[in-house]
Ligand binder design. Structure first.
Ligand SMILES: Cc1cc2nc3c(=O)[nH]c(=O)nc-3n(C[C@H](O)[C@H](O)[C@H](O)COP(=O)(O)OP(=O)(O)OC[C@H]3O[C@@H](n4cnc5c(N)ncnc54)[C@H](O)[C@@H]3O)c2cc1C
Length: 122
């Protein structure tokens, strides 16, 4: 079987890494429309489910090395009024995981790209 992935964004690259790891029998190719890999935007805030996924994909250490683990975060109304806040230090301790972290898109994309550097620029 052959699978073609359209787009070497974070979604396409992580799908390729996961497929290569869990279905090495499948032939994969990625087609990217941009002439070079450019991560749009700035930061991404991700949670424990992403940590678990990156762990399974074998890129957790690389991703966390370029990330900032968040001690906590607050969600505010536009006026500055507090809606909710989270103490990640306590959650991390209780669950023995990293519950929230922030990473620059370009750094994350680079980590994924290093694991799956085969891509056709269309
Ligand atoms: C302002 C903003 C903030 C966000 N913050 C967060 C956050 O904090 N946490 C979080 O989890 N998510 C966040 N998101 C959502 C997150 O950015 C997206 O879910 C994620 O980038 C989607 O990844 P993707 O690979 O599917 O798409 P993209 O990253 O958009 O990549 C798509 C790729 O496909 C290529 N492409 C498109 N069409 C074609 C084509 N026809 N042929 C070939 N190549 C093609 C593009 O060039 C691009 O490289 C945010 C989004 C925005 C806009």
């Amino acid at each position: 079987m052959k699978i073609s992935i359209i787009g070497a964004g974070i979604g396409g690259l992580t799908a390729a890494i996961a497929l290569r790891k869990f279905r090495p029998d499948i032939e994969l190719e990625i087609f990217e429309g941009s002439p070079e890999l450019k991560a749009a935007g700035a930061g991404l805030a991700l949670a424990a489910n992403a940590v678990a996924a990156f762990d399974q994909m074998g890129v957790k250490d690389e991703v966390l090395a370029v990330s900032n683990v968040l001690d906590g975060f607050r969600i505010l109304e536009a006026s500055g009024k507090l809606i909710t806040q989270t103490n990640n230090i306590a959650i991390n301790r209780n669950l023995q995981t990293i519950s929230n972290f922030a990473v620059h898109r370009a750094d994350l994309q680079r980590c994924c790209w290093r694991k799956f550097p085969i891509c056709r620029f269309t």
